[in-house]
Design a protein around this ligand. Sequence first.
Ligand code: ADP
Ligand code: MG
Length: 346
Amino acid sequence: MWERLQKCDTKSLMKKYVTKDVVEQYKTTITENGRILADLIVSGVECPHSHMGIYLTDPTAYEVFKELFDKVITEYHRVPKVCHPDFNFRDPADKVVAFENLDPDGKMIISTRARTGRNLLGHSFPPITNLEERKEIESKAKNALLSLEGELKGTYYSMENMSEEDQTKMRQDHFLFRNDNPCQRSAGYYLDWPIGRGIFVNENKTFLSWVNEGDHMRIISMQKGGDLAAVFNRLAKGVKLLSEKLQFYHHKDLGFLTNCPSNLGTALRAGVHIRLPNLEKAGTLKDWCDKLKLQPRGVDGEHTESKEGIYDISNKRRLGLTEYEAMMEMKLGVEELMKQEKALAE
Ligand code: ADP
Ligand code: MG
């Protein structure tokens, strides 16, 4: 693996920090589930375009490879040290979440989405989960989701029973996850596909949950337009209700434990699909995003291309700040991007 890593031309954080000394340091280290350093980085070695290149194969991986993860995590989340505040969807004054509509005229923002990730206590992480356990996780998640009522009440669709047509339609509508990402494939995300996978959708198609994708559960709130408050409040409500029914992995310094270190902390990625043709043309979008702690993605998700100048712009940092602060970072950043885009359009 060391030789393959040397040959691998990648800008990933894994390559930066998995040095010869680190390999030496961890050469006899194994996690509770019997994983070694090579297992954590195999996807990063096989997929040079991976940004992180290292996954927490199981919940104990962080403690076991702490010194390595500390470097990766502090750089990605831009924090001086690895620590995380208490879970908090409210502003510091503990008032109701107050976010306005970022684009009341509906000229630039097409849709808004916020998601978080959770993993069920007592189970290994999806890439190393076995078939029986995957089904058990699905059953627990499904029961909790089906108990939701009112606006959140919905239906669970098992991937095993969904037709190809229905899956394609759900992907085109940006609801359903895919199974064609090479980084995820080599990390083991698609083992035993589609068994144990599924999606919960409420009646209005504004509250969703993915089951057994990269994390046991992704909890998602989304709708057309730029109404951040509606999206965020619905997510907060769903997370609160599900947390009353399920127990999730949580670590005092890392927040909610997730498979990918980029999601640790709040696991919150809140963003908009927004038209930014002028920033695209000017070639300055990436630099602006970097400066504003935002992440641009293509319209079909991570590692996809933008179409017609439309980008998925979301908060990049998820650890070291509360849910409220992560959302605020996205809001302020998107407002600035809109200002820049409008200035270029004049
Ligand atoms: P995640 O961080 O949830 O894993 P991905 O980048 O894998 O996100 O994208 C998952 C899906 O969510 C894709 O279909 C993507 O197009 C969709 N998506 C992301 N942001 C938005 C948004 N603001 N509006 C509509 N769909 C979105
Ligand atoms: Mg994803």
